[in-house]
Design a protein around this ligand. Structure first.
Ligand code: URA
Length: 438
């Protein structure tokens, strides 16, 4: 088979066969295809799409490109969760300890940042000593003992996705429904959980900008998971402003700990509770979403969620003292307050742009393998809809140099729309929840 023919076929908008897709995934996995040809096909897929059959073939080929994780030795119904990617989207660090603290095991493989969106693995690595490279044997042992494991994909799991994910990040080929669906579901299927809650982000800071495309991605992924016998719930949640107020790696760890301590509420807590409650629902631990939310909230109040987070840090070598002393987490030395240039209301936040500003600080990658500045990022001081006065600070930028702070601030200023009149309505936090029976 000649790979150029496959690229040309997709470039011309034609459907690829199972064999051609298998040839592609095998070539990615064994390294026989060069990056430029892989990237070229990725771009052709982004531009011309894939139908349901092609997407299913791509997903299953990718899922089987490496080992399949067998979680059967961890007792109970194992639940996983995956976000399609957003800004200040720190829910995993909150809901995983909360869900595990009520006895539902979470053995979760997470990813690194992708484009303007952050990644749990990068955030966890900002905790001094925390080890994300956990072996399969360790993951099972930890899962049996503590009921919580947050780890990066092992080398042997979906190696094709590892390669494709890193290439897509730097070739403008992230926001494609078939590529996102195959990337997420191949990993989730190979990672072995019994139930999966998908957090499909929708809005200006998501890869899916409108409800229609978010719904399409959600149903594509949910159908795929169910087809291979997994229970799947898809939550379509809003990403028209950063979910939390802290953007960046150590900054997001700090905010997650504040939520677990019960000091911070708002949208980040609400979405974490909803996703967590749906994980408990899939596991049969609760009967209703409301019951699940109340149970998880109780785990914040009684400190058991934070205790589980502490257990996770001890288990994976992270410095537990960060919990009580945030000074032990990295924070970049240069700091710049970004101020409003007129009076009015914040009517719109271009959240992907805010994510790009965060990349500019050094908190996200601009090229494959770029080392991150874990202490860089942005603290937002305002939410969409808030009133603001000239000279009032709406964000604080942290980076290694004043120059980087200034260029991030320039991007941030363009990301915020201030108008005299308040916008009629802000988009919803939860657009839709698609459950198995729906
Ligand atoms: N998250 C993933 O794991 N893959 C994507 O393609 C997008 C978000």
């Amino acid at each position: 088979m000649n790979f150029v023919d496959i690229i040309i076929k997709k470039r011309d908008g034609k459907k690829l066969t199972k064999k051609e897709i298998a040839f592609f995934v095998n070539g990615v996995t064994d390294g026989s295809l060069p990056d430029y040809q892989i990237s070229s096909l990725l771009m052709a897929i982004l531009l011309n799409g894939m139908d349901a059959e092609e997407t299913a073939h791509l997903t299953m080929e990718m899922a089987h490109s490496g080992d399949m994780f067998d979680l059967s030795s961890v007792e109970g119904f194992k639940v996983d969760k995956h976000s399609t990617g957003g800004v200040a989207d720190t829910t995993t660090l909150i809901l995983a300890p909360l869900v595990a603290s009520v006895g539902v095991p979470v053995v979760k493989m997470s990813g690194r940042g992708l484009g303007f969106s952050g990644g749990t693995i990068d955030k966890l690595e900002s905790i001094p000593g925390f080890r994300v490279d956990v072996t399969e044997e360790e993951a099972l042992r930890f899962g049996r003992k503590s009921g919580i494991v947050l780890m990066s994909q092992t080398d042997d799991l979906t190696p094709a996705d590892k390669k494709l994910y890193a290439l897509r990040d730097v070739t403008g080929t992230v926001d494609s429904i078939p590529l996102i669906a195959a990337s997420i579901m191949s990993k989730k299927i190979a990672a072995g959980a019994d139930g999966i809650v998908l957090d499909v982000k929708c809005g200006s800071g998501a890869f899916m900008k409108d409800l229609e495309s978010a719904e399409k991605l959600a149903t594509t992924m949910a159908d795929m998971g169910r087809h291979v016998g997994r229970k799947v719930t898809a939550v379509i949640s809003g990403m028209d402003q950063p979910l939390g107020m802290y953007i960046g790696n150590s900054l997001e760890v700090m905010e997650a700990m504040e939520v677990l301590k019960g000091n911070v509420g708002g949208d980040l807590l609400e979405v974490s509770l909803i996703l967590g409650a749906n994980m408990l629902l899939l596991a049969g631990r609760v009967e209703t979403e409301e019951e699940g939310k109340a149970l998880l909230l109780e785990q914040i109040k009684n400190g058991k969620g934070l205790a589980k987070f502490r257990e996770l840090l001890v288990q994976q070598g992270g410095n537990v003292h960060v919990i009580d002393n945030y000074d032990l987490l990295p924070l970049s030395p240069a700091k710049l307050e970004v101020k409003a240039e007129k009076d009015g209301y914040i009517t719109h936040m271009d959240t992907a742009r805010i994510g790009r500003a965060s990349q500019e600080t050094g908190a996200g990658r601009m090229f494959k393998g770029q080392p991150l500045d874990f202490g860089a990022g942005i603290v937002m001081k305002k939410r969409a809809g808030d009133a603001i006065a000239t000279g009032e600070t709406f964000a604080i930028v942290y980076s290694e140099s004043e120059e980087k702070c200034r260029s991030a601030a320039d991007i941030l200023k363009k990301a915020i729309t201030i108008e005299e009149k308040q916008a009629a309505k802000q988009p919803p936090l939860i657009w839709k929840i698609i459950r198995q029976e729906d």
